[in-house]
Design a protein around this ligand. Structure first.
Ligand code: ATP
Length: 368
């Protein structure tokens, strides 16, 4: 059992507050990813949990017991760094054995644990090798192995695969997921890569400027972003966001984008009214929520294709609407070339509405 809880944690570096009133519970065996742009406080929060940084105020608990005053070695939490931090003169075996020998583990137990961890990481064949002869991916496997040998209550990983190339990162993502599935240790993983976060996390914690923006499953944060920051940080290509005015057009909601008017169901008007939302609105719609047709069907408006990005399985097409651009996801080759005139519609069930001033989602859901 290893539940990690942060209660109203604050942290300053001099006058700079880098963690702002963070409260969070990571459940036993859960894999949580801290996601956010560089400098938002992810690493500092992780280091504070591990005991590598003091906190200014608040509490950190492991299984209900306060640990924020304990030294790092007494917290039973392992930390994996991005730069591996292996001992270059030791073999892989000795690197893995080191944390066990440091606490006086018997020779036979060291041997069986090292071999079992090496086996689960697929590095048995390199136990006699020194780190300098390993690839980046293998070095990180050893670093993770070294964190696992003491069977810590929790595993904290700070951008562990950030320095690997794209192909190796993809492979390591799958291995990390398998490892977690098999070992199930409570894990917190830091990254600024949203694809990594989406693919690994049970829950994602989106951070910005030291503040938790949203905590949810990958699907929740993708489908129901709590604010404009999360909406634009999660998803690639990013969600289309545009300031908009909504008017009542004979019971239908009419959205004005530059010179074009798109229709949405009339229930939007009632929902906006009940949320007392004023005119200061932003419409958000992901590229897959912009529907494109070659024919002028009801509800579709004429638009002109501009930049087309082929991704193999699909295309991302910029549609010009006056000075505005709506980015749509289409079947590969659906729009043959820039300048093609097509028709577009906004899928109401994929439309998001935000208060432009506060950035908060109005949490409006429309049917198709
Ligand atoms: P990155 O992905 O770049 O590591 P991050 O989200 O992990 O970013 P942190 O490393 O936690 O962010 O840094 C948060 C803020 O605290 C940044 O403004 C950083 O410059 C500052 N900071 C981090 N460590 C220290 C330190 N030891 N002394 C002073 N300021 C620091």
């Amino acid at each position: 059992m290893a539940e990690i809880e942060l209660r109203n944690v604050n942290k300053w570096f001099g006058a700079l507050q880098v963690i702002k009133d963070v409260s969070l519970t990571v459940a036993d065996r859960e894999f949580v990813v801290f996601l956010g742009p560089s400098g938002c406080g992810k690493t500092t929060t992780l280091r504070a949990i591990a005991g590598l940084e003091d906190i200014g105020s608040g509490e950190i608990l492991l299984d209900g017991k306060p640990i924020h005053d304990l030294r790092a070695p007494d917290r039973d939490i392992a930390f994996v760094f991005q730069n591996y931090a292996l001992y270059p003169h030791f073999t892989v075996y000795e690197n893995l054995a080191f944390p066990l020998r440091a606490v006086g583990t018997s020779k036979s137990e060291v041997d069986s644990t090292v071999k079992s961890v090496a086996n689960s990481l697929g590095i048995t064949h390199m136990l006699k090798t020194r780190p300098s002869a390993l690839s980046g991916g293998d070095m990180q496997r050893v670093a993770i192995g070294r964190a696992l040998v003491r069977r810590p209550k929790a595993l904290l990983l700070d951008e562990p695969i950030g320095s690997l190339d794209a192909k190796m990162r993809e492979q390591m993502r799958i291995e990390l997921k398998r490892l977690h599935y098999e070992n199930g240790s409570t894990s917190i993983y830091v990254t600024h890569d949203q694809v990594e976060a989406m693919s690994l996390a049970d829950r994602i914690v989106v951070m910005h400027d030291g503040v938790l923006q949203q905590v949810g499953t990958p699907t929740e944060v993708y489908l129901h972003p709590a604010n404009l920051f999360v909406a634009q940080f999660i998803g690639s290509p990013v969600m289309n966001i545009t300031p908009t005015k909504i008017t009542d057009a004979g019971g239908k909601a009419q959205i004005n984008l530059d010179r074009e008017q798109f229709e949405l169901p009339g229930e939007l008007l009632g929902q906006l009214q009940s949320k007392q939302a004023g005119n200061d609105l932003s419409l958000g719609v992901r590229p897959e929520g912009v529907l494109v047709s070659h024919d002028d069907q009801p509800g579709y408006r004429p638009v002109e294709a501009h930049i087309i990005q082929p991704f193999g399985g699909f295309d991302i097409v910029d549609l010009k609407i006056g000075d505005e651009v709506l980015r749509a996801r289409t079947q590969s080759g659906f729009v043959p070339k820039p300048g093609t005139r097509v028709f577009a519609r906004i899928d109401p069930s994929q439309a998001h509405f935000f208060d432009s001033t506060s950035g908060q989602s109005l949490d409006i859901r429309l049917g198709e």
